[in-house]
Design a binder for this molecule. Structure first.
Ligand code: HBI
Ligand code: FE
Length: 287
């Protein structure tokens, strides 16, 4: 995350939270949410991990349209002790980690315009709430997200935030998980995107590789295009145990001596579910 670009906007608290101002959403903004929600809720069953579908119920509140974070947080708090707080957009890494470590998920309070339905760079309320919140209702994933926040605070002390950002990117944002009959989606960046929900599972161009913590922490990623590699976990319990039971300090030390891996690379040591054709044209910005 480019820190310099994140200037705390006027009226934002020290922890960068702002009022959601639910009553100021327009009918068009609520309609945009309903349109995005209906499209994804219709196309995801059978494609997304079942825990996501189970978690979707937490979003089915008393009214249609953009969820009211107070009502949403009441329900989420009862499920896993999490709440959703509004922020103006991306927040500095340390602020982000502190919120996660305290079971607060930060969500942009703005929604994309109707002409941005299929893609926007900055996470809006649909990406953050539809993409991330349903799995926060799953106790194991909820624990993983808090462990990630705590790990982030430690990584910040060790100057290793970029390593952890890659772990977040290739799991929380763009992760796949094994199921009895193939691969399923779970990453928020995928499930909140109609096109990538199809691309990530069906397109022949990206690699699909078995998740390995150190391998992922060495792998660069792109922020403005479909992923060139997706990493597949066995289940959330395994992902959580790899995070909880690892002292990351020696891992960061070891990684410092190892080369970085390009986003489209396949290593001889990889567990390859699918070797991508990489035929898909790309923009050229590595993160
Ligand atoms: N801020 N609002 C917001 N949402 C995010 O997902 C987010 C962020 N800041 C940093 C960040 N994600 C990632 O770079 C973390 O891995 C640090
Ligand atoms: Fe996200």
């Amino acid at each position: 995350m480019a820190e310099a670009s994140l200037i705390r906007p006027e009226g934002t608290a020290d922890d960068w939270t702002i009022p959601q101002s639910w009553s100021s959403y327009t009918a068009e903004e609520h309609a945009t949410w309903d349109k995005l929600f209906a499209r994804q809720a219709q196309m995801l069953p059978g494609r997304v991990t079942p825990e996501f579908i189970e978690g979707l119920d937490v979003l089915r509140l008393s009214r249609p349209g953009i969820p009211d974070f107070e009502e949403l947080s009441d329900r989420l708090m009862r499920a896993t002790g999490w709440q959703v707080v509004a922020v103006p957009g991306l927040v500095p890494d340390e602020v982000f980690f502190d919120h996660l470590a305290n079971r607060r998920f930060v969500s942009g309070n703005f929604i994309r315009r109707p002409d941005q339905l299929d893609y926007l760079q900055e996470p809006d309320v649909f990406h953050d709430v539809f993409g991330h919140v349903p799995l926060l209702a799953n106790p194991v994933f909820a624990d993983y997200m808090q462990a990630y926040g705590q790990g982030g605070q430690r990584a910040a002390q060790l100057g290793a935030i970029d390593r952890l950002a890659r772990l977040y990117w290739y799991t929380v944002e763009f992760g796949l998980v094994r199921s009895d009959d193939g691969l399923c989606l779970y990453g928020a960046g995928i499930v909140s995107s109609h096109a990538e929900s199809i691309f990530a599972l069906d397109d022949p161009s990206p690699n699909r590789i078995g998740f390995d913590l150190r391998r992922v922490m060495r792998t660069k990623y792109r922020i403005d295009d479909f992923q060139q590699s997706y990493f597949v976990i066995d289940n959330f319990e395994d992902l959580l145990s790899q995070t909880l039971n690892t002292d990351f300090a020696p891992v960061y030390q070891a990684l410092a001596g190892e080369s970085e891996i390009a986003p489209d690379a396949v290593l001889a040591t990889d567990l390859v579910y699918h070797r991508g054709s990489q035929a898909y044209a790309r923009s050229k910005t590595d993160a």
